[in-house]
Structure formats: C-alpha cells, structure tokens
Design a protein around this ligand. Structure first.
Ligand code: MN
Length: 283
C-alpha cells in the first residue's frame, strides 16, 4: 500500500491506497505528519484498511498534494552521484554534503513550478526522498538507520543556479528555497516495501525529452549511510524530509537548456510514481 494526501493545499485529506481502492485515514489521524509516523501510523493504517475499518474515498477529481504534512526540516544531500558531481565541476565528496531548503518549498507532484522573477537558470533534480519516522540522534551505525525511516517518495530539488552558485557566497540555500521548489509525491511508500532504497531506476524528462536516467544504486552514500551520518550532526525528527541527491543530466551540465515558462517536467522513480509539473512565471 502507499500513502497520499488528496485535496486543495492546506486542507488535504490523508489517505491510503492499494492501487485500486483508496481509504480515508481521518478516523485514525488528521494528517500524515510526524506524530502519526512516530506512533507507527503507517502500519496501523494498513492494518485498519485491510480489516475494513476505514471508509472508502473516491479520489476522482481531487488534487494530489505532497504525501506528508509540511515537514519541520528539508535536509538535502549534494553531489551524491559521482557523474553528477563531475558534471557540476566537482570531485565526488569524501563525506555527505548537507544543505537546507525552506520547508514551505514542498508542494504536490502535479503543482506548477514557479520561476522566480528574472530567473534564466532554474534547473530540475529528480531525487529519492526519505521521510524520518522516529527520532534519530547519534546513531552508532548505518545498520540502525533504516528503522528510523518511515518511507520514501519522489522529490524534485528544483534549483536556481545563479542564486545557488554565483550569488550564494558559498552556501547554496539561496538558490534552493524559492516557492514551489520541492515538488514531492505522489506517494509515501513505506520502508517495509522499499527496503534500503537501492536498485531503483530514477529518471527525468523535460517536454518529453530524456534528461536524467540512472539508478539509486549509484548513490555514493546510500539512505542508511546518510541517516547515520546526519544523526551525528543533528537530531532527525519524525516527518523530516531528506532529499538524497540527484544523478547526472541536469541543466547545469551545459548539455540542456534551463527551464522556461511552459516547459513540462516529468520525473519518477521505479515503483514510486511520477511527477508532472508545468513551469510558469511567478506572478
Ligand atoms: Mn539536489
């Protein structure tokens, strides 16, 4: 089963689906948020759906939102595929590269991506995203890490390169935190179904043309390694979102034009669903 949130921004209905039937989670929880995840909510919801204890929900015509409530933190790993590090002009890193996005960047997988005024270097980045389920601090090993991950989703770490690189003065967050810059979804897929997140094909397209095509097995630091290492630098809280890095094939490579108004960005990860975002100017 997978988890999703349906309805208009800010008032999404939490739901679970087996791919055929969708059930309303509101008898169990007001939202798919940190407290719900930390209280083993995903497993309880799957059991309740299987037992016929939840009302069915007709998703027809409903917007698909991000599959989790607004997180307290969006933590990103940079340069985590060797070929992407090279196309960005860097050597593969010896430790995780960490930066932040504002949590209000998270939007649904079919919502518009809004170009900042004057932007000519807005870029796409398909990423495997991990959602923290239980608090993680000073973990001793990667072997302990996956037990703290509730599930996975597809993220687009949209990036404005001039602000990220030329106007950043060394930190990247200026180019990463514009409104709508983190489409997420369509589903939260429980860790029990995904395992460690490796071995999944990951891809992006712009206007139907291939951009990125890789495998999550090419991550330099896999999800367990990332969660372990992050927990040595910060306390990871339930509901926190971790973008694990993007493979090669972004506009920054110089091989493709950056995004322009009217472009259609499609991306996805094997078994985890697809995004389709239209690029529009911010009004
Ligand atoms: Mn990224």
């Amino acid at each position: 089963m997978h988890f999703l949130r349906l309805g208009e921004p800010g008032v999404e209905i939490p739901a679970v689906s087996d791919g055929t039937t969708t059930w309303d989670l509101r008898p169990l929880t007001a939202d798919i948020d940190g407290p719900f995840l930390a209280a083993d909510g995903l497993a309880r919801a799957e059991a309740a759906a299987a037992a016929g204890e939840l009302p069915e929900l007709d998703p027809t015509g409903l917007r698909i939102g991000a599959p989790i409530a607004r997180p307290q933190a969006v933590i990103c790993i940079g340069m985590n595929y060797a070929a992407h590090a090279r196309e960005s002009g860097s050597e593969p890193p010896s430790d995780i590269v960490v930066f932040y996005k504002h949590p209000n960047t998270v939007v649904g997988p079919y919502d518009d991506i809004l170009l900042p005024p004057g932007s000519t270097t807005t870029d796409w980045e398909v990423e495997l995203a991990a959602v923290i389920g239980t608090r993680a601090r000073y973990l001793d090993s990667p072997e302990e890490a996956l037990a703290h991950v509730a599930g996975f989703a597809v993220a687009n770490d949209v990036s404005e390169r001039e602000y990220q690189l030329q106007r950043s003065l060394g930190q990247w967050s200026k180019g990463k935190s514009f409104e709508t810059f983190n489409p997420l979804g369509p589903w939260l897929v429980p860790t029990a179904q995904v395992g460690d997140g490796s071995g999944l094909s990951i891809r992006s397209r712009v206007n139907g043309e291939r951009r990125q095509e890789s495998s999550t097995s090419d991550l330099i630091f896999g999800v367990a390694e990332i969660v372990h290492r992050l927990s040595r630098f910060m306390v990871l809280e339930p509901g926190d979102l971790i973008n694990t890095g993007t493979p090669e094939g972004v506009g920054l490579s110089g091989r493709f034009p950056y995004l322009a108004a009217g472009d259609i960005v499609e991306l996805g990860i094997e078994g985890m669903g697809e995004h389709r975002s239209v690029v529009r100017p911010a009004s």
